[in-house]
Structures are given as structure tokens and as C-alpha cells.
Ligand binder design. Sequence first.
Ligand SMILES: Cc1cc2nc3c(=O)[nH]c(=O)nc-3n(C[C@H](O)[C@H](O)[C@H](O)COP(=O)(O)OP(=O)(O)OC[C@H]3O[C@@H](n4cnc5c(N)ncnc54)[C@H](O)[C@@H]3O)c2cc1C
Length: 312
Amino acid sequence: MHDVIIIGAGPAGLSAARWCDELGLDTLLLEQAEQVGGQLHKIYNPIPNYLGLDAENGQQLLDRFNDSVQASEFDQWTGVSIESIDLRAKKILLHSGEQLQSIAIIIATGVRRRELGIEGEKEFAGKGVIESGARDKADLSGQDVCVIGGGDAAAENALSLAEVCPTVTIVHRGRKLRARREFTEQLTTNHCITVFPESVVTRILGSDRVEAVEILRKEGLKPFQLAVRSVLIRIGVEPNSDLFREQLTADEKGYISISAEQETSVPFVFAIGDVSNPTAPTISSAVGAGATAAKVIASRLNARTVSKYGRS
Ligand SMILES: Cc1cc2nc3c(=O)[nH]c(=O)nc-3n(C[C@H](O)[C@H](O)[C@H](O)COP(=O)(O)OP(=O)(O)OC[C@H]3O[C@@H](n4cnc5c(N)ncnc54)[C@H](O)[C@@H]3O)c2cc1C
């Protein structure tokens, strides 16, 4: 029996674990990946907006996070697969057969990139369907590229790739780009970038690697093919809440509903970070939410109120 089990070891889960430990709670942190860090592993650009640390990329910030938790005494299990969970009873069954129980559960499972679900998307992963514009920019030099999506991530990547690619074509569903004005203004004046609004990519085509995308501009019209060597898909994210959805309240997209104390509709089950934050998902808010949940749990359990480090 643990005081707290935290599911997910991104910035939110790591922060919660650090705080729970400091507040004297017996804490177990479960992570499905082999390494902790969550989305930090996917950030290849500088992170100038996490106060106090001007990290060059996600890995550098993660190194600092790991330094911070090194002295903590919480248990940390990686490569863990949860078979089932009973949120009311606070019981977790792992794929390995192991049963876990706690007084409180913190869900910190973050988000995953949305997939298009079209032909060629999976087949050409790593063979022209790229993971990150920032990481792969040098390799894409001289290539014609298609960016799918109309938000900040799509626009920012398109602008960055246009510095090295002869043509960048943005294909997006909406009538207008959703990206912030700072990006859209630059897009309209960049001669390398073409935007196809109200359009969808229906197939990614090629033999050994990506050679073209098939674009449908309007229902009823014939799709046409555009020759490209690489495709970047940035159509948003979805919360990793499938495991819990039937047991608690969530919005229509699956983001877990929480109170100001980060508590879900199930008493003593908390949700922190991107999985419960559709409006402003950031590292800062994830880390802050971790602290809030830990403090609320500690005060409710009336645990050892004086922390190991002297603060109350
Ligand atoms: C390219 C990119 C650039 C970004 N740039 C910035 C930036 O400049 N500034 C900023 O503030 N934010 C930035 N972000 C967003 C930031 O990374 C996220 O807001 C932050 O990582 C959210 O932390 P989290 O802990 O809530 O979730 P995540 O980082 O998503 O971590 C969730 C963790 O939970 C694990 N998990 C999921 N399901 C399970 C399960 N069933 N069992 C066990 N573990 C599970 C996942 O494997 C993952 O490790 C960026 C994100 C990306 C992708």
C-alpha cells in the first residue's frame, strides 16, 4: 500500500513525485516508456519560456529535472504496462500480474500526437513521414515538403523548413489557419510556402519512400497529386485518458475534468498536466499542477506535515 501512485513521468508526474516525496508521502511513479520525460524527448528546439532555465532542447531540461529528483526517495518504475485500474478502489493491476494499491492516484499521462489514419502514414514513417521538423531540418535541405495542419506547430515548422526547402506546402482543413498571427503574417509573405486551405491529404504515396501526397481540395472535385519528398503531420494532440475515461468525468475530447485542487470527479484521484489541460498545455503549468496535487493530498492525509527538508 502506497500513499500515492502517480501514472506518467513527464514534467507533471516528475514534479508531483518530487513534491510528494518532499512532503513525506510514500510515492510510486509508474511510466510506460523505458525512460521518464514524456514530451521533453520530442522537443528539439530551445525552450526559452520555462522560468529559470534557458534549455537548448527538451533533453537538456530533462537532465536538469533528473538532477532535481535524484536525491528523492520515491520509487520509480519504467517500462510498466497497466492492465486495468479501479479508480474508486485505488487498485491497479499491471500487465506483469502485480497488484498495486494506494490511498490517492495522480494521473499525469499527458497527450499524444493525433494521427491522420490515411494510407502511407504508417508505412512511410521514417521514410519521408518525419517526426520533427526541428530535428530533421538539415536532412530535409533541398527537398519539397508537405506540412499537414493549420495550428501553431504546423506554421512554425513550415516557416523553419522554408529556410532550407525549395517548396513547403501547407494543407489544412479549415478556411483559415489557426496559428497565431505572428506566424500567419510570415507565411503569407514567404515565397517558398503555398497554403491549401479547406483541403485534405487523402493518401501518402511512394514505393520505397514518400514520393507524393494526394490532395483533395473540395468534396466532389478530383484529388490531385503533389510531388514531395517528405511529409510532416501536425494536426494536434489527444489526451492519454482512454484507460480512465469510463470511470471519471472528461470533456468530449477526453480531457479529464478537474477542480481547482486538480481533483477529478473521483475522490482522491487527481489529474495534472496536459491530460487535464486543453487550453494552456505547457511545462510550467504541468510542473505547477504537480505541486498543487501533492500539497492537497499531503494536507488531506494529514501526513508528516514537516517535510524532510525542513519546510512545513
Ligand atoms: C515539439 C514540442 C515543443 C514544445 N515546446 C514547449 C515549450 O517551448 N514550452 C513549454 O512550456 N511546453 C512545450 N511543449 C509542451 C510540453 O512538452 C508539455 O506541455 C509537457 O510535456 C506536458 O507534461 P505532462 O507531464 O503533462 O505530459 P507528457 O510530457 O506528455 O508526459 C506524459 C507521460 O505519461 C506517460 N504515460 C502515458 N500513458 C501512460 C500509462 N497508461 N501508463 C504509464 N505512463 C503513461 C507517457 O509515456 C509520458 O511519459 C512542447 C511539446 C512539444 C511536443
